[in-house]
Design a protein around this ligand. Sequence first.
Ligand code: AP5
Ligand code: MG
Length: 187
Amino acid sequence: MIGLIFGPPGSGKGTQAARLEEEMRIHHLSTGDTLRGEVAKGTSLGKEVGRIMAAGDLVPDELIVDVVRTRLPGAEQGVGALLDGFPRTVAQARALDAMLADEGHRVDFIVALKVPEDALVERLLHRAELEGRTDDTRDVIAERMREYHKLTEAVLEHYRKQGARIIEVDGTGTPDEVFDRIHLALT
Ligand code: AP5
Ligand code: MG
């Protein structure tokens, strides 16, 4: 089974995916976490993407598609995969669809989290105090939101046109409340 957890920066993709991973025994694959890991290790990929991420821009499609291509088969083995932060452009969605079609798979469901923008900014500024993620500054958050509206929102339309199962969930309230809504909608 292949699922996507979709939504703007700060909507709770990572928080909810971690819970779903446990609940559904599905492997959580976050491209953002993967890239931050590469930056921390100082690999050549990390050096290539570090500055782009710090600016709040999307890394090139070919590069992130390669990252997913190498990690997806291991991730989906037996249990399936929940992709968090990918695909983020229509080109990435097409590449994913082709990758899955080769194996006789497709995107089975999409959980799309909806949260008003002022709440997103508040969450991310709060996380900046706790964790100090370099892209959680007011200016970079604004750029991440722009990239989301400009390039990522269209991914949902891409899957809507395909008739994929899209579950739109109110992402406000506590993480437990959001999880209950997702759980109810998925089962
Ligand atoms: P990525 O790591 O994917 O970041 P993002 O999409 O901006 O989203 P976040 O991880 O900040 O938020 P989230 O939705 O996961 O929410 P979370 O659960 O953490 O990408 C980072 C960068 O990597 C991109 O800008 C780009 O440069 C690059 N990149 C990654 N994938 C790419 C791709 N496919 N193509 C190109 N470039 C790519 O929650 C946020 C905060 O809110 C946390 O502190 C959390 O504790 C809190 N919170 C969660 N739920 C709630 C709640 N219900 N109530 C209150 N607080 C909550
Ligand atoms: Mg995340």
